[in-house]
Design a protein around this ligand. Sequence first.
Ligand SMILES: *Cc1c(COP(=O)(O)O)cnc(C)c1O
Length: 448
Amino acid sequence: MKDSNFLKEHNGRLMWHPMTSPQDSVEQPPKIITGSSGVSVTDIDGHSVVDAVGGLWNVNLGYSCQPVKDAITSQLDRLPYYSTFRGTSNDAAIELSYELNAFFAPDGMSRAFFTSGGSDSVETGLRLARQYHKLRGEAGRTKFLSLKKGYHGTHMGGASVNGNANFRTAYEPLLPGCYHIPAPYTYRNPFNETDPAKLAQLCVQALEDEIAFQGAGTIAAMIMEPILGAGGVIPPHESFAPMVQEVCNRNGILLISDEVITGYGRTGAWSGARLWGIQPDMMCTAKAITNGYFPFGALMLGHRMVEVFEDNPSARIGHGYTYSGHPVGAAAALACLAETKRLNVVDNAAARGTQLYEGCLALQKKHDIIGDVRGGHGLMTAMEMVADRATKTPIDAAIASAVQDVAYQNGAMVRVSGPNLLLSPPLVLTEDDANTILTAIDAGLAAI
Ligand SMILES: *Cc1c(COP(=O)(O)O)cnc(C)c1O
């Protein structure tokens, strides 16, 4: 490693960082993380904090997960790469497809298509949805529906179904034929509805209206996160996802569950689909699939997809990535899945999730700046900060980032995105770790 003066001097200048401006990276140089242990990371000055962000919603088993590290190194020694394009395969990818099909069988999944990350899994799902309808002789079904506030990665297809202008405006024109339904966001919604069950019905009605307006025969798929993640951790009422599924089924529209965050236990259930008791047609997964140690993803496919593609000799999949089924990623995912099941991380995610959520509610009583606290389903929690509780005026970005900085000085890495303070720590968090996070946020809120 270069010395710290070199790294600090060049920090923020020579590489463009995602989700910020090049100028901002220079004016507010990013924290340089150089080490890790358990659920903590250490920066270049030796300051260690509990990582309440969990990498980026992905380091579910923490930074010291030896079985995943060993799987990566031994796979690198044996077979560092081989493709799964037509004509070849590799043993790790085959074994992983077997394990994942078993893991997601309760969600109705029975095939895997491997990718190199979440955006790839989304892109693959959108493409295969169109192909599915073409194979069935309904070539007119090309449009996509999604939720406002949804996040589906940053490829052109994903950006088109994203429901946040930040990821869209600068890149327009995006894919034509993408329409957005109001999100079941109780704190702010166009209906001024504060009852989550009633709001769920209103949003589903809006979905029905949009389908009727577009014509069901023009729509290929609806893509949706079981709990909106990057958009600010927005869990819908439990009736919402089953109602969406029913509407999609009734209208011949495929349902794609974007489980890039909710897959593999984060919500306190093994998947978001299982949390809500739905069976989607496809599930996009990535992030925690390798505990963040290797870029990898999997799109899981249910029976409708399987029947149409496998019964049709002309169903050639003209899509794939050089790293689809990468053996090192597959080996990492196999070890990660085994460890995830061995530790039964869902139980701890649920218990620590409740602790964090209740802790955040207690902080809301103490600090007026917290307008809304959302969570209650595993280790996905958000606090929405406001300048004024009565008017719900969003907080100034500089104040939000000050909260983050003081929390960091007090022992926790938290993430601020817009007005939201997002918490997505590793699922192996202890009770003490959760308390450290809450105390650090308390200090951050008190300081401003
Ligand atoms: C992170 C995320 C993606 C994109 O995944 P990348 O690995 O960043 O490409 C897609 N969908 C959801 C729900 C995500 O949270």
